[in-house]
Design a protein around this ligand. Structure first.
Ligand code: GLY
Ligand code: MN
Ligand code: MN
Length: 444
């Protein structure tokens, strides 16, 4: 199983602490367990910031990073070992495991946090936290601070500043290491196999969920515990619903199906979209729209390289899509004037991509000092232009209505351009049609 090697977590903590001001503390909570219904829980997924700095996958944990602390800079509060609970719910690292297996300098039972954490905060000038992201935890933090304030007459010094941790931490997360790229390649390869399998399985008369089952099969077979987000399997006019989730409609001869799905490996996301005909052969209208989207994506790839700013890829897709829609008569007018008026937005209403990493819509600023961010090696992003012609759009000929196409791949910026992580799944029309024909030849 491809995983982030343990020493990398220590390097990340060190990198963060090097950015913190002297005499400060960073405090992060693990994700809370989310109830699904009554006493059934959602599958547990660690908070991405917590995961990034610890690799510790348990709930009910809090980490404190205290640069320069004599008795250890990394303090982890976590659940105690408990034979009875472990019999029911699974093994726990406990404090010994927190130190031995996860590199904590000091570890305490989470049940003792009210007694211990205020003492670690006391006397520090600055507290870094993810303010606002965990309301329950924020409330506890204020209680701990008030506990210190209540002892001010005894000389206790409450912290002077609270600073959002996001800026420092999310900038670190934006630059992917060699190990992270390796994990992301693995997630991408599994997802590519899943999309390929779904294409091969598509037949009129099946349902959207039939193809979702093919995706899930490859995800789990590849070792992924969960999809990185709710899979979108949208056929026919559902292709025009950007975040479609029902996945229960019939696949009909002559319709397109759009699948946007990706698995998660060691908490790293992949995010692929492919659009293909249910019957294996694109109609002339589907082909015309598809070719524009594919050309837009290729134009975007050419704008992803160190030194190019974030928005150039998006601008490239807008140009190709606007010109293409004019060529087909779906937009009328001068291409440059239409681009200036953002006329594409009736057909292409999202951006060409987003950062990708531990979160599918990953953290990191898109603008710095009011200017679009300049790309640098190690940044990972998606490239996902689309055209969606609403079934209700009466301004276009009927033959176009209800066609939705998106093509999405994951890339990492390299020293000279970008590496496409998701090229394992076909996207040229000829390649898709050939793959689908071959699968029908074997299994009509
Ligand atoms: N799957 C969500 C997205 O493509 O951004
Ligand atoms: Mn995406
Ligand atoms: Mn997607």
């Amino acid at each position: 199983m491809v995983q982030i090697p343990k020493p990398e977590y220590a390097r990340r903590r060190k990198a963060l602490m090097a950015e913190m001001v002297p005499n400060s503390i960073a405090i992060l909570p693990a994700a809370a367990v989310a109830l699904r219904n009554r006493d059934v829980e959602h599958p547990y997924r660690q908070d991405s910031d917590f995961q990034y700095l610890s690799g510790f996958g348990e709930p009910e944990a809090v980490m404190a990073l205290i640069p320069g602390r004599e008795h250890g800079e990394y303090v982890l509060f976590c659940r105690e070992r408990d034979p009875l609970r472990e019999l029911w719910d699974g093994l726990r690292a406990g404090q010994e495991g927190a130190i031995g297996d996860f590199g904590a300098d000091d570890a305490f039972p989470i049940s003792d946090i009210d007694d211990i954490l205020p003492g670690l905060i006391e006397g520090r000038d600055r507290v870094y936290t993810a303010m606002g992201s965990h309301p329950e935890f924020d409330r506890h933090l204020m209680e701990w601070v008030n506990q210190i304030r209540s002892k001010a007459n005894l000389g206790a010094q409450p912290p002077k500043e609270f600073v959002a941790l996001d800026h420092l931490l999310h900038d670190l997360r934006l630059y992917k290491s060699t190990a992270e790229i390796k994990v992301m390649r693995e997630a991408a390869a599994i997802s590519a196999r899943a999309h390929t399998r779904a294409m091969q399985a598509a037949r009129a008369g099946l349902y959207e969920y039939s193809l979702e089952a093919e995706l899930d099969y490859e995800f789990r077979r590849g070792g992924a515990r969960l999809p990185a987000y709710g899979s979108i399997v949208a056929a026919g006019r559902n292709t025009c619903i950007l975040h479609y989730q029902d996945n229960n409609a019939l696949l009909r001869d002559g319709d397109l199906v759009l699948i946007d799905a990706g698995c998660e490996i060691d908490c790293y996301a992949s995010d692929i979209t492919r659009t293909f005909p249910v019957n294996g052969v694109f109609s002339p209208e589907q082909r015309a729209i598809y070719e524009i989207v594919l050309q837009a994506q290729e134009a975007a790839f050419a704008e992803i390289a160190p030194g190019k700013h974030w928005n150039l890829a998006h601008e490239a897709t807008v140009k190709v899509i606007t010109a293409g829609l004019v060529r087909l008569g779906l937009l009328e007018g001068d291409v440059d004037t239409l681009i200036a008026a953002e006329a594409h937005r009736g057909f292409y209403m999202h951006r060409a991509g987003h950062w990708l990493g531990l979160d599918v819509h990953d953290v990191g600023e898109y603008k710095v000092g009011g200017e679009w961010r300049v790309l640098e090696p190690g940044m990972a992003l998606t490239v996902e232009p689309g055209i969606y012609i609403s079934p209700q759009n009466e301004q276009v000929a009927k033959k176009w209505r209800g066609i939705g196409v998106r093509i999405e791949d994951d890339v990492v910026v390299t020293r000279t351009g970008c590496e496409v992580l998701t090229s394992g799944v076909p996207k040229a029309i000829d390649d898709i049609e050939a793959l689908m024909a071959a699968s029908r030849a074997v299994n009509p």
